[in-house]
Design a protein. Structure first.
Length: 149
């Protein structure tokens, strides 16, 4: 599998376990300094996908991965650290910058960002993941590289 900007990789899942497995698959495509921006409705499965990415990257038990909704960031150590952001409650992109969170994008880890609309404009490539809620059990997961303009 290859990520590119012209055509997304698309997966359909029917269970959270399948979404977790897609996360593990995605983890094999990632390299240090990648920024994965996850979008989708509340409850679509963004954190579940990050759990799969973490399991694939650092072989952590997915139950140990939780959404950093109130702290904005969880750091998971491993050969390649994982920086998991949830910016849902962050007031603005200025708050992101003032908190110094942008410095993690230049570390040797991988950043997974839920609710990336709170980020300042990115000046580098990102991996965009969008999860469509099709039904109570079904999801469509689209993944593509996007480049800064």
């Amino acid at each position: 599998m290859i990520l590119n900007s012209s055509s997304p990789l698309v997966f359909f899942t029917k269970t959270s376990e399948e979404t977790l497995e897609i996360g593990k698959t995605i983890s094999q495509l990632l390299k240090p300094k990648d920024v994965v921006c996850l979008t989708g409705d509340l409850g679509a499965g963004k954190t579940t996908l990050v759990k799969g990415i973490a399991k694939g990257l650092i072989e952590i038990n997915p139950e140990e991965i939780t959404s950093p909704t109130f702290t904005y960031l969880h750091i998971y150590s491993g050969p390649v650290p994982l920086y998991h952001f949830d910016l849902y409650r962050l007031p603005s992109c200025n708050d992101f910058l003032e908190s110094g969170f942008h410095e993690f994008f230049y570390q040797e880890g991988i950043c997974c960002v839920e609710w990336p609309d709170k980020l300042p404009p990115l000046l580098f490539q990102k991996i965009a993941v969008h999860i469509d809620y099709l039904s109570s059990n079904e999801r469509k997961i689209s993944i593509r590289k996007e480049y800064a303009i």
